[in-house]
Design a binder for this molecule. Structure first.
Ligand code: ADP
Length: 311
């Protein structure tokens, strides 16, 4: 009886031990796949001492959380891939238009138009306009890449935002005059407001917004800027025009790189489609926000916040 009991217990223990070793060897293999790295001393210790104490349920949880993490990684990679493809597609499209135009003008000039005094200067001017467009595109791309890589440092300082806007109005006055557009500061918003920001970067934002308001504004229209102290810490700047406006379907996408409405796509106006995206990057780098309100044929208002001057 005793020997039977001993043999039974001995075999039970042996079978249990073999089974456990077998199962944990398999589980260890799974962990090795999950972690992918060569086991360090610490991991070896983990495999030897901690892992065997884990219940199958705990192991399942570990594997599930690993699978979830991987799924997210894969989704992100797929998104990035789609983003990259779209970016390249847009970029080549943007480059093609001016390059083909330049090619066309240069070919026509070489094929005889150079000696035709009626057209040669006009063709050269068109070539030059397209070269400018290429240069602008490359500059904008350069800027956006630096902003996206976080390479652009902000040099913050205090300045009166209305003064900066007046300078921007002045620098774009020739463009505005051509369309007989009046550039104003809204009544009641003249009280100087000091902000704490990178002045040159904010100048760039204002130039882009006012430039757009002129480009998409109507002949003889008005651009009005307003400035409000939202609370002790924030100033709101708004640039409004009474131009073409943007329809609702486009509104939520216009801050995306290269995004343009149909109107701008008609190519008569419009730049690289990077302007608003650059504005968004600059404002967000300041920890602030930018937004738009617009209605077709009524006009658009672009607004952004800035930090009030530090006292
Ligand atoms: P673009 O270089 O084409 O002007 P932006 O990024 O500055 O590119 O603007 C993106 C698009 O948003 C423009 O192509 C235009 O369709 C639309 N948009 C921007 N500002 C205005 C505005 N003030 N009025 C109407 N449409 C605008």
């Amino acid at each position: 009886m005793l020997s039977f009991l001993l043999i039974f217990m001995g075999s039970y223990g042996l079978i249990l031990y073999t089974l456990q070793t077998f199962i944990y060897r398999k589980i260890k293999l799974i962990y090795k796949f999950i972690y992918q790295t060569k086991a360090s001393k610490r991991e070896e210790f983990y495999y030897k001492n901690i892992l065997p104490q884990k219940s199958i349920d705990e192991v399942r949880e570990d594997v599930e959380s690993w699978a979830e993490q991987r799924k997210e990684e894969i989704e992100m990679l797929q998104q990035n891939e789609a983003y990259r493809k779209e970016f390249l597609q847009n970029l080549s499209h943007e480059l093609k238009t001016p390059i083909f135009a330049i090619q066309g003008y240069v070919d026509t000039l070489l094929n005889g138009a150079l000696d035709n005094t009626d057209v040669n200067k006009k063709f050269l001017q068109s070539t030059s306009r397209n070269v400018d467009r290429l240069v602008n595109l490359v500059d904008d791309l350069d800027e956006i890449t630096k902003l996206e890589m976080g390479e652009q440092l902000l040099f913050k300082d205090s300045f009166v935002v209305q003064e900066l806007l007046k300078e921007v109005y002045e620098s774009l006055s020739i463009m505005a005059d051509e369309k007989e557009i009046r550039c104003l500061i809204k009544k009641g918003c003249e009280l100087p407001l000091s902000v704490f920001a990178d002045k040159e970067k904010i100048r760039q934002v204002l130039i882009n917004l006012v430039d757009n308001s002129i480009k998409y504004g109507k002949q003889n229209g008005t651009i009005e800027s307003s400035f409000y102290k939202v609370d002790g810490a924030t100033v709101l700047v708004e640039i409004s025009d009474d131009g073409a406006g943007i329809s609702e379907e486009h509104l939520h996408r216009i801050f995306e790189r290269f995004y343009r409405t149909d109107l701008a796509r008609s190519r008569k106006i419009g730049g690289s489609g990077l302007g608003l995206s650059i504005c968004k990057h600059i404002i967000e780098a300041h920890g602030q926000t930018i937004h738009v309100r617009s209605k077709i044929d009524v006009g658009s208002t672009f607004g952004f916040t800035l930090q009030s001057r530090k006292d």
